[in-house]
Design a protein around this ligand. Structure first.
Ligand code: PMV
Length: 362
């Protein structure tokens, strides 16, 4: 269950002096090479690559005190509203972590969380939420047990813990470009945790922009858990996993060389392949909407006409992430306002970009 890597049987509070809090902000991320399908417990069927966002993040305050009852307890509120259903999910997540963090069983938790972005906006709240939670737990371990962990090891463990809650969250504990899942020829990558892509990144890709075009902000009809599971019986799964592996390898090269045409080819193909997998699952499901397709058509036509290197990606929903280098921001703003606005919901779009990663507040 925990892959054994961080099992830590001795780590318990020795007295009742276990009161404190930890507050972290952690970003959402947008995957360019998509994780869709897993094997075993939270092991991806193919590697994925994302960048962390700057403005779209979760802030989580985790307060803890000695457990009053026999079992630990969790109170969870989102935007100051208690969330009993989500409390149950966190309790089972925490239970799955007691081999790694035995001190969990000694505590009661009060967790307060809020997001800087609206619900169901096509921004992965599980990535920011679970990574923020994982960081607070690793923080308790670090500070209450005086562990002198190196920063790199701290974040690697946080990524490992975040992955057990939500796969894409493993990539959110770092800023910039992040890979999760073993990529052929890249020794540092792993199925167990995300790694920042640290080798030279071309200047065009250092400050990449993501304008999230909101087509519809209703709730998703199919959870990503069900979507991943359906890949087990998808007839195209094997080809898809191999395609994603090759795309991940190629994208790392492209980030270095600055080949923006190849970047566009890979990322748009990834977005459409993700949705093709949904459409070819049994039962099938379609998350894109007519306006999603209208926007994609407009993006392609605008690029062809003007040569401005805009491209799109999609997450598991109808909203379109418009991607472009910062150097063309003014032109793209005009394009959004004149050509794309008529296709968007009343919520318009969220202007985001590559961010620097999580921040500890307390
Ligand atoms: O982390 P999960 O289980 O919510 O899955 C995320 C799947 C996608 O967002 C569609 C793709 C990705 O790699 O983030």
């Amino acid at each position: 269950m925990t892959d054994m890597l961080y099992d830590n049987p001795g780590l318990k509070f020795k007295n009742q002096d276990c009161i404190g809090e930890s507050v972290w902000q952690s970003p959402s991320n947008i995957a360019l090479v998509k994780y869709w399908g897993k094997k075993g417990f939270q092991i991806p069927s193919n590697p994925s690559i994302s960048f962390s966002l700057s403005k779209s993040f979760t802030e989580t305050r985790l307060s803890f005190q000695p457990a009053k009852g026999k079992d630990f307890n969790v109170k969870f509120s989102f935007n100051n509203n208690p969330q009993p259903d989500f409390e149950k999910k966190i309790i089972s997540y925490f239970k799955s972590l007691t081999k790694i963090f035995p001190f969990i069983e000694q505590l009661d938790f009060d967790i307060q969380s809020k997001n800087t972005f609206p619900h169901s906006a096509g921004i992965a709240s599980s990535a920011s939420g679970m990574s923020a939670l994982a960081l607070t737990l690793c923080d308790i371990e670090q500070h209450c047990f005086n562990k002198q962990t190196r920063l790199d090891d701290f974040f690697q463990k946080a990524s490992f813990i975040a992955r057990l809650g939500s796969g894409s969250a493993s990539r959110s504990v770092y800023g910039g470009w992040v890979a999760w899942g073993a990529i052929e020829g890249m020794e540092s990558t792993s199925d167990l945790y995300g790694v920042p892509i640290k080798n030279y990144i071309h200047s065009d890709f250092l400050n990449y922009q993501d304008s999230i075009l909101l087509v519809e902000t209703g709730t998703k009809t199919v959870s990503s858990r069900i979507g991943h599971d359906l890949m087990n019986s998808n007839p195209f799964a094997k080809v898809r996993f191999s395609q994603a592996g090759q795309n991940a390898k190629r994208l790392v090269e492209v980030l270095k060389s600055g080949d923006i045409d190849e970047f566009i080819r890979i990322t748009e193909s990834e977005a459409l392949s993700l949705h093709a997998m949904m459409m070819t699952s049994q039962p099938s499901f379609i998350l894109i909407k007519p306006q999603t397709i209208n926007i994609i058509d407009k993006i392609k036509a605008y690029r062809k006409e003007t040569g401005v290197p805009v491209s799109f990606t999609l997450d598991a929903g109808p909203n379109v992430h418009l991607l472009y280098p910062k150097s063309v921001k003014d032109l793209v703003k005009e394009f959004i306002n004149t050509d794309l606005m008529p296709h968007l919901s009343e919520n318009g779009f969220i202007d985001d970009e590559i961010g620097a990663g999580p921040r500890k507040l307390i």
